[in-house]
Design a protein around this ligand. Sequence first.
Ligand code: HEM
Length: 328
Amino acid sequence: MANSKLLLAFSLHLVLALFVFDLANAQGLKLEFYKKSCPSAEYIIKKTTKDFISRAPTLAAPLLRMHFHDCFVRGCDGSVLLNSTSSNQAEKDAIPNQTLRGYQVIDAAKAALEKACPGVVSCADIVALVARDAVLEINGPFWSVPTGRRDGRVSIASEALTNLPAPFFNITQLIASFASKGLSVKDLVVLSGGHTIGIGHCTSFTNRLYNFTGRGDTDPSMDQNYIANLKNRCKPGDTTTFVQMDPGSSQKFDSSYYTVVGKRRGLFQSDAALLDDSTTRAYVQLSSNPSGSSTFLNDFEESMVKMGNIGVLTGSSGEIRKQCSRIN
Ligand code: HEM
């Protein structure tokens, strides 16, 4: 009797282990993928990121954004890093990516990795790990990053335009954009919280200040005092000035983005739109009070792992680039 119980427990464990293994396989990525092939990989990436962010903390935001822009176009395959060629305009040169920064961090990490273990660590994994380490370096949340992504060989500027959500999207368009990548309405409102750090250029929101419906009007969904404030910063046609998305807290990874959105001071229409759906609105309200802060940080970790899984290339698909800005 005791023996058969033991056998049953053992079989259940085996089934569970196989199930977990299958799940890891189904997603294609696993934690510590480079443990044997390049044991120092994650340390090298962390150290490189730390070196840069300690000198230039404002780079954390564009590096987080780079991971998002990589994953939404052809999956997290490092396609955002490829340079244009004489016959192809790459994602990097599409309008939404022209304000990305921090490629030097990726290149420095790749150079160090190629010295330690040539041809092993993908640029796509570097982007994912650098984004995590950069956020952690400014005291933001930590999320685990399963690795094993491989690099794509294709990067097309027009695909960035069709796949990345635009700052003027309404809630229906935002939900559809995220759903097309397998992300939920909750992921949308949680990942939008990435706007707790960083800046936005005037060009991304001046239509809300000066010409919302083509009749020289302002966006009625934005706090009028904030509009006046932004008009002082951004004159019509200004393409170089930028403002903090979470004013006064744009270097701190906290939940105050939701307080800003709740006060109708979200910088983009896409931020403001989170008040137009009952699920996202409830989340904004919950997270704008201090007790919602830890929930947001936990949710962010979970949604980032999901985002990092979008359309990954694994196994023998794609390649491991030698240089992140060009295919082998
Ligand atoms: C929901 C749809 C989204 C839209 C429409 C959107 C749009 C934008 C725009 C227009 C900017 C300003 C770029 C500039 O003018 O320099 C920006 C900045 C930023 N976005 Fe998003 N974004 C979205 C989602 C996300 C997500 C999911 C993340 C990451 C989890 C993210 C992270 C960031 C960060 C960190 C910045 C600041 C970049 C910097 O300081 O240079 N965004 N976003």
